[in-house]
Design a protein around this ligand. Structure first.
Ligand SMILES: NC(=O)c1ccc[n+]([C@@H]2O[C@H](COP(=O)([O-])OP(=O)(O)OC[C@H]3O[C@@H](n4cnc5c(N)ncnc54)[C@H](OP(=O)(O)O)[C@@H]3O)[C@@H](O)[C@H]2O)c1
Length: 318
């Protein structure tokens, strides 16, 4: 069972989710944490990964490393999104098994589900329909990871490999690059820059009507530590959705961000630009019934993210 002295490896600790996991672990008194930056340990390097596990023998692994990006990057580099993510998960899973970890969490993504899935999306809708084309290479790697977790559990007779599927994560250390960011961080940046530049309006992509569910990075971190600590009798060989259960239209989100940023101008919508999937709300009841609840409202989380953005402006803006 995970305890304060357990040896924990957080892969991807400089990223959005990995940094939140480190913060939560430190804040909760876990003292034996290993983290290696991408330049210290390239997880696509099979031998380096094996050497690392052999030397460190972590007991618990949070696999928050991966190649991530927005629509433009996914469209431009689909082969990289597929290869890098497949290699990372395959290398880490094999070494985790070989060096006998106690539990590992792999992170899927809501884009693994069919683009026209019934809402809210249940875990069993996986592989029941056509996925969104723009992110299909990335999604294919994630689907492989989810199936690999089940395969390892089945073959080696213990539910040590757990897949969590968080909906859109946001928070400190998010990517604010306009070419490569997700919607929430892109809106923060655009609305902040409109305010700073004294603009009387900001023009945003799409109709503003699609609805999305956002979850604060520290809530995903807390959910991950919660399931890492759970008695194994409660853990099933399945993937678990994790979201807040509340979705917002992009228009509502933009208005909330304008209020937090203090932008007084108008928001206009460029409806000729594509909207993407109209709704993506996860049914997280399976995970929540284990006894977990998210803690951070969207408004509070956006405020914390904006504060972080202001404090780290020079590093985040490209
Ligand atoms: N963000 C979301 O909305 C979301 C939603 C659902 C699931 N997820 C999943 O959650 C995980 C973490 O996502 P995130 O948003 O936190 O991503 P992120 O901010 O892009 O962080 C990714 C981390 O992985 C590291 N990394 C990338 N390639 C690596 C490699 N070859 N070897 C070692 N480290 C490598 C990165 O280091 P460098 O920056 O130095 O390369 C960074 O620390 C991913 O698997 C993602 O698919 C994310």
């Amino acid at each position: 069972m995970l305890d304060k002295k357990s040896k924990i490896y957080v892969a991807g600790h400089t990223g959005l989710l990995g940094s939140a996991i480190i913060k939560k672990l430190n804040g909760s008194g876990y003292s034996n944490i290993i983290a290696k930056s991408h330049s210290e340990l390239d997880l696509t390097d099979r031998k380096a990964v094996d050497d690392f596990f052999k030397k460190e023998k972590p007991e618990y692994v949070f696999l928050a490393a991966g190649l991530t990006g927005g629509i433009i990057a996914n469209r431009t580099y689909p082969a990289d999104f597929f290869n890098v993510n497949i290699e990372i998960q395959s290398n880490v899973f094999q070494s985790a098994l070989k060096y006998d970890i106690k539990r590992l969490i792999f992170y899927g993504s809501s884009c693994v589900y069919p683009k026209n899935a019934l809402q809210p999306i249940k875990e069993e809708y996986l592989l029941s329909g056509q996925i969104e084309e723009t992110s299909e290479a990335y999604a294919a790697a994630k689907i492989s990871g989810i199936i690999a977790c089940k395969a390892y559990n089945n073959q080696y007779k213990s539910n040590r490999f757990i897949s969590l599927i968080p909906n859109s994560i946001y928070g400190p250390n998010d990517n604010f690059d306009l070419e490569n960011s997700h919607v929430l961080s892109a809106l923060i940046r655009k609305i902040h820059e409109a305010k700073i530049n004294g603009k009387d309006k900001v023009i945003l992509w799409g109709s503003g009507n699609p609805r999305r569910e956002f979850i604060f990075s520290e809530d995903v971190a807390a959910a991950s530590i919660f399931i890492m600590s759970l008695d194994e009798d409660y853990i099933k060989n399945t993937h678990y959705n994790i979201g807040t259960g509340i979705d917002y239209s992009i228009k509502e989100l933009a208005e909330m961000i304008s209020g937090i940023v203090g932008f007084k101008g108008n928001i206009e919508w460029e409806a000729s630009k594509p909207d993407g999937v109209q709704r993506k709300l996860l049914d997280s009841s399976k995970f929540l019934s284990l006894g977990f609840n998210t803690a951070v409202s969207l408004e509070k989380g956006v405020q914390m993210t904006y504060d972080w953005y202001l404090n780290n402006l020079r590093n985040t803006v490209k």
